[in-house]
Design a protein around this ligand. Structure first.
Ligand SMILES: C[S@@+](CC[C@H](N)C(=O)[O-])C[C@H]1O[C@@H](n2cnc3c(N)ncnc32)[C@H](O)[C@@H]1O
Length: 255
């Protein structure tokens, strides 16, 4: 899909917190090589560079629009085009970090062992992915998608949740891990503005569905989605909207 960095960064503060929580659990002291996989607009890559200033660091992402923003905002850092499913590290890296990116790829049963093999012995693999796919913010995409003339376009795009239970990832990583730390957090995000949950998903999960439609169908589908999430996440008396959001974290140190 084509990313809109400005829409994604509208909630940069809320999106940054899990990236920092993930960073906080990585025990690497002086990694020589660090990769930020699915680095997006590069704001988290910059934090990795601050924490490990002597490391050789690269942010990788397949999106030209995200990389353009990353290079503009962080000219001293290195960013390159790459698809996580195809990427291999030569030689293996000391830290492979990926925040809010790997849920865009399928076949995790193959992907996660593959990525863990790109980490050097004693090195670190740190991943955060959303796990909010069974909440109204995400379920409303399918519901609205089936509720109009756009159904023929949207329905074939619907897929099961891309992120599995925590135990699935533990089974994939444990045999090659010297340390394994897995947890979930549900952030109770307090958002400002008009229908902010719809604005949030418009920068991420909703976007490929919107991009598949044009004109009246696009407007009708978006309106149907917005109605549903406005009802599921009402504005409070103080004008703010609570958007609970669950995320899964994995930090593994390779044997
Ligand atoms: C939600 S953004 C997160 C960006 C950044 N990691 C952050 O924390 O701000 C998701 C990113 O995953 C990237 N992505 C999607 N498919 C990918 C793939 N196959 N390989 C690597 N990155 C991918 C997207 O291009 C996008 O920049």
């Amino acid at each position: 899909m084509t990313w809109d960095a400005a829409q994604y960064l509208k909630f940069a503060d809320h999106r940054l917190r899990p990236a920092l929580d993930l960073l906080g659990r990585i025990g690497a002291e002086a990694p020589r090589t660090v990769v930020d996989l699915g680095c997006g607009a590069g704001n988290v890559t910059a934090l990795l560079a601050e924490r490990w200033p002597t490391a050789t660091m690269v942010g990788l992402d397949p999106s030209a629009t995200m990389l353009e923003r990353a290079r503009a905002d962080h000219p001293s850092l290195r960013f390159e085009v790459a698809d996580a499913a195809q990427w291999t590290a030569e030689p293996p890296v000391d830290l492979l970090y990926s925040n809010a990116a790997l849920h865009w790829l399928d076949n995790h049963a193959t992907l996660f062992p593959h990525l863990f093999r790109q980490v050097a012995p004693g090195g670190w693999f740190a991943v955060q992915m959303p796990r909010n796919f069974l909440e109204p913010s995400h379920l409303s995409v399918a519901e609205a998608g089936r509720d109009g003339s756009w159904r023929a376009t949207i329905e074939p795009m619907l897929a099961p949740p891309p992120v599995a239970e925590p135990g699935f990832y533990i089974d994939l990583l444990a045999s090659d891990a010297a340390e394994l730390d897995v947890w979930e957090t549900q952030y109770i995000q307090m958002l400002d503005g008009e229908n902010p949950v719809a604005e949030w998903t418009k920068g991420t999960w909703l976007k490929p569905f919107l991009d598949a439609l044009k004109g009246d169908e696009r407007a009708g589908f978006e309106a149907a989605y917005r109605r549903r999430v406005a009802a599921a996440y009402p504005s409070r008396a103080d004008g703010r909207t609570l958007f609970p959001f669950r995320r899964l974290f994995l930090v593994a140190r390779r044997r």
